[in-house]
Design a protein around this ligand. Structure first.
Ligand code: HEM
Length: 466
């Protein structure tokens, strides 16, 4: 065996063990650097993989013209146990139907009603003020916030994670134990799904009984609201949809199929809750470590948003430095650290072949092509010098959309439906917290970041507010 093959094998073994420990983002980055390449192929477990940071190839595999050569791979099978044929776990005509049906809900007109976030933001502020020395794990708080706001938006009733955290009484029409069970059950269900994702095509070997118990709890929770909506006549539905702001009541005017309603609701919770919670967590973690960035953002916010009433979609979109801070977080700590597609037949990627990776590359059928955002987002070629540091100012000289390599929300016809909503949610919370608190300090010297389907902080995100 040649030296370079030996070296390659060592990297891959290292990659596998790091993947299991949630450090695949760092291990992959090291492989890319040591091999000095933008694309390499290997097997992780029994499956052939290609890892590439060539934007042309990554956009190609996600583009509308390529749906016969690339599919979503094992993700569909893993998630369909929970999500049935919802948008996140379907393909072809079923996916297209979902996408057309759901898209209007994410329109500018709908998402701009941001003041619905205020009560949940008030709970976040209260949690901070009540914490000893105003020090607490903000990862937990932000994940509670995004669960509360997402369920409020989708179902018209929040699952009250923040109230539960604060020890306050919860309200709502559903039985309290069902409500309180939902978020923990969702988290456990996500853990099972992630373990199965790592197993690739062997996911079917891992189907513990408890996984089905957790899935049933999630189904029962959503079904309660679906049945409530289905009992309504069209006038009541229209009233309850509150001009389209409550997704379920809006959707129930388009379909009366309870399974479709459940599958789509759960799909959106899966796609939108933890991702947005991750963006908020990492933004605040970085603000806690970069006092100059924090002070500048706080001062800008206090001028541009003197009170709650001044916060609106338009004023948020007009706040350039806030956008830079969000973009820099999406670059530096991408909430979805890997994206992938699997080839359905032998096919060709436009880049990645040849000695310099700039020639077309033949890829065999059944190969998983992985795009590691962590590495791509650290390439000096696209993001300028010093990409290993958090520096929102770099966005002053980058295209507003980050250019061709920047794909935190995916690309092509299956890109993120909730992108604007996620940015709005994070902006609103950030503005409200920086209006309220004068300082933030991180208690972590260097946090351990864990990557799986979503980027999280392994030991939570302990921050002290002042
Ligand atoms: C910072 C937060 C978020 C990030 C980084 C993010 C990222 C992504 C990415 C990368 C994809 C594409 C996956 C692929 O190519 O296979 C995606 C899809 C999707 N996202 Fe998001 N997302 C975020 C928030 C949200 C929110 C708030 C919602 C809705 C409430 C949402 C709903 C969806 C849906 C429905 C899809 C599937 C689209 C389809 O398959 O047609 N996302 N997201």
């Amino acid at each position: 065996m040649s030296n370079s093959t030996e070296k390659h094998k060592k990297f891959i073994l290292n990659l596998k063990s790091n993947h299991e420990r949630g450090l695949a983002h760092e291990a992959l980055d090291e492989v890319f650097r040591k091999l000095d390449t933008s694309t390499f192929g290997t097997s992780v477990g029994p499956e052939p993989n290609v890892f590439t940071v060539e934007p042309e190839s990554v956009r190609h595999m996600q583009s509308a013209s390529q749906t016969s050569d690339f599919n979503m791979g094992v993700r569909l099978k893993v998630f369909s146990t929970l999500l049935g044929d919802g948008i996140f776990s379907s393909e072809g005509s079923s996916w297209k139907h979902s996408r057309i049906m759901l898209r209007p809900f994410f329109s500018r007109e709908n998402i701009k009603q941001i003041h619905a976030m205020e009560p949940f933001t008030q709970s976040v502020i209260k949690a901070i003020k009540q914490a000893p020395q105003m020090t607490l794990d903000m990862q937990e708080i932000f994940q509670n916030f995004t669960m509360d706001y997402t369920t409020h938006l989708l179902l018209g009733e929040s699952c009250d994670c923040l109230k539960t955290y604060l020890g306050e009484p919860t309200s709502g029409s559903i039985a309290n134990d069902m409500k309180l069970d939902f978020a923990p059950s969702f988290d456990k269900g996500t853990e099972y799904a992630l373990r199965r994702l790592v197993m690739g095509s062997f996911h079917w070997l891992y189907q513990p009984r408890q996984m089905f118990v957790e899935i049933k709890k999630q189904h029962d929770f959503v079904d309660y609201y679906v049945q409530k909506a289905l009992k309504m006549n069209s006038q009541d539905l229209e009233k309850s949809s509150d001009d389209g702001t409550f997704f379920l009541y809006d959707l129930a005017q388009k379909t009366r199929d309870p399974k479709v309603l459940r599958d789509e609701i759960l799909s959106i919770i899966v796609a939108g809750r933890s991702t947005t919670g991750s963006l908020m967590t990492f933004l605040f973690y970085e603000l806690g470590r970069h006092p100059k960035v924090f002070t500048r953002l706080r001062d800008i916010i206090r001028v541009q948003f003197p009170d709650v009433a001044s916060i609106a979609l338009e004023s948020i979109q007009g706040c350039e430095y806030l956008r830079w801070c969000l973009n820099e977080t999406l670059r530096y700590d991408p909430p979805v650290p890997f994206n992938s597609r699997t080839t359905t037949q032998d096919t060709v990627l436009p880049k990645g072949g040849g000695d310099d990776n700039q020639s077309p590359m033949l890829v065999k059928r059944g190969t998983k092509i992985v795009y590691p955002l962590w590495t791509a987002n650290r390439m000096e070629k696209y993001f300028g010098k010093d990409t290993n540091s958090f520096n929102p100012d770099r966005w002053g000289s980058l295209p507003a959309n980050g250019g061709t390599v920047f794909m935190p929300f995916g690309a092509g016809p299956r890109n993120c439906l909730g992108q604007q909503l996620a940015l709005l949610e994070t902006s609103y919370v950030t503005i409200r917290l920086l209006q309220t608190f004068d300082s933030i300090k991180s208690s972590h010297k260097e946090a351990r970041k864990k990557s799986s389907a979503i980027m999280v902080m392994m030991d939570g995100c302990k921050l002290t507010f002042g």
